[in-house]
Design a protein around this ligand. Structure first.
Ligand code: NDP
Length: 398
């Protein structure tokens, strides 16, 4: 049915490649390109698919991207490299007339600040070119927005309170490791907290607000309020929301390591001079930490990510909790990566499939909640991320 250029051969790229390769009737040709071609070749070999070819590309370089896109002629570019590459890849898509999908919003390399403003600025250009850009199509952002859109469509007349809850109750057996790109992960979780209340953003110190929450099949875990990118678009696309927050679980060991990393300056993003060579501390740290794609082997336990929503239906107050639990072991057995990469890669594949099928296709730049959630919810059940609903329960969050 369609040709896809997949950029990025990390943990998430591994899952997307596996999942796409299983559906040759949808993804008739896949080109997996990344900075290190050997990684693409290893993934291609593991999938055993004859539809999956590989290439090398530096996605920071627009002319190089343009050349690759012109030679392969894809219908869609799926970007699962790093957030730093979002704009160069979008530029190359515009130059070559190809649609775009990613799983994380743009972040400038020299400033730990993720916002949609840079990518939303492309709206008019994508619209005029008749191209689609689908932003944030992983799990969170991604499924978190689709769950919210589904709740708004089927369960509420008015959504008032939204809490996205993200629990990783897995154990990888390492003293410290991050579940996705260490640099991006550490930049994200060490930021100040921020949530939406009564029409404005409320700032908090990092990890200042926390409380125990009970997760299905897992139990109680201390959960910390952090800022997460989908909050920015969800409060715009669902203007009845009075308060929107994001909670993530962290173990004490993880937080202690993080504090030490920050205190000794290893989370720094400004270059320093070391023996005549410029190095960025957090990039050096990334080089010595375990690679997310190598965590899967002994990873046990589950993730549980969902939306807890309170609002009004037929004049009455209603609560609703929709979630998925994903097993690290099952994800590893299927794709050779852990559940964080799996829960991101499966939605990226589904978004690409719905685009190729014409179900999620319209000119402009969109966050996932701006599309019809129903076909996406159906596909989640069929491709390894089944979801469950609970209504009129105690959400544990006032
Ligand atoms: P990894 O670090 O494992 O993989 C990133 C890949 O991108 C690597 O293979 C890397 O190449 C490649 N890459 C980096 N820079 C370039 C470049 N300039 N040109 C070409 N390729 C490049 O990250 P993950 O797979 O864990 O994450 C991928 C993306 O998914 C990130 O943007 C992350 O923020 C996002 N994500 C989204 C989530 C969600 O739920 N929405 C959750 C988790 C992640 P090399 O191997 O040579 O270094």
């Amino acid at each position: 049915m369609g040709k896809v250029l997949l950029i990025g051969a990390g943990g998430v790229g591994t899952v997307v490649a596996h999942k796409m390769a299983e559906l040759p009737e949808v993804f008739s040709e896949i080109l997996l390109a990344s900075r290190t071609k050997e990684k693409c070749d290893a993934i291609a070999a593991r999938t055993g698919s004859s539809n999956l070819k590989t290439a090398r590309v530096n996605a920071d370089n627009v002319p190089e991207l343009v050349q690759l896109i012109r030679s392969f002629k894809p219908d869609l570019v799926v970007n699962v490299a790093l957030p730093y590459q979002d704009l160069t890849i979008m530029d190359a898509c515009l130059e070559t007339g190809v649609s775009y999908l990613d799983t994380a919003n743009y972040e400038p390399l020299d400033e730990a600040k993720f916002e949609y403003k840079w990518q939303w600025a492309y709206r008019e250009r994508f619209e005029k070119a008749g191209l689609t850009a689908i932003l944030g199509c992983g799990f969170d952002p991604g499924v978190s927005g689709i769950y919210t859109a589904y709740a708004a469509k089927h369960h509420f007349d008015e959504i008032q309170y939204l809490d996205i809850v993200d629990c990783n109750a897995g154990n990888h057996g390492k003293a410290f490791a991050t579940n996705f790109n260490p640099e991006i992960n550490i930049r994200e979780v060490t930021q100040k907290g921020k949530y939406w209340e009564n029409g404005q953003w409320v700032m908090t110190e990092p990890h200042e607000i926390h409380q125990p929450l009970t997760y299905p099949r897992i139990g109680e875990k201390e959960s910390y309020l952090i800022f997460h990118e989908e909050l920015e678009s969800l409060v715009i696309n669902f203007p009845t929301i009075r308060r929107a927050r994001f909670w993530m679980t962290f173990g004490q060991e993880y937080l202690t390591h993080l504090r030490v990393i920050q205190n000794i300056g290893m989370a720094g993003i400004q270059p320093i001079n070391y023996e005549g060579k410029e190095i960025v501390p957090i990039q050096f740290l990334k080089a010595v930490l375990p690679k997310p794609e190598e965590l899967g082997v002994n990873y046990t336990g589950e993730t549980s990510i969902g939306c807890r929503i309170k609002g009004i239906k037929d004049g009455k107050e209603k609560t609703y909790y929709v979630y998925n639990n994903c097993s690290h072991e099952a994800a590893y057995a299927e794709t050779g990566t852990q559940a964080i990469s799996y829960t991101t890669g499966v939605p990226a594949m589904i978004g690409a499939m719905l685009f190729l099928q014409g179900k999620w296709k319209k000119p402009g730049v969109f966050n996932v909640e701006e599309f019809d959630p129903d076909p996406f919810m159906r596909e989640l059940n069929m491709h390894g991320l089944p979801w469950y609903e609970l209504t009129d329960i105690d959400l544990e969050l006032d």
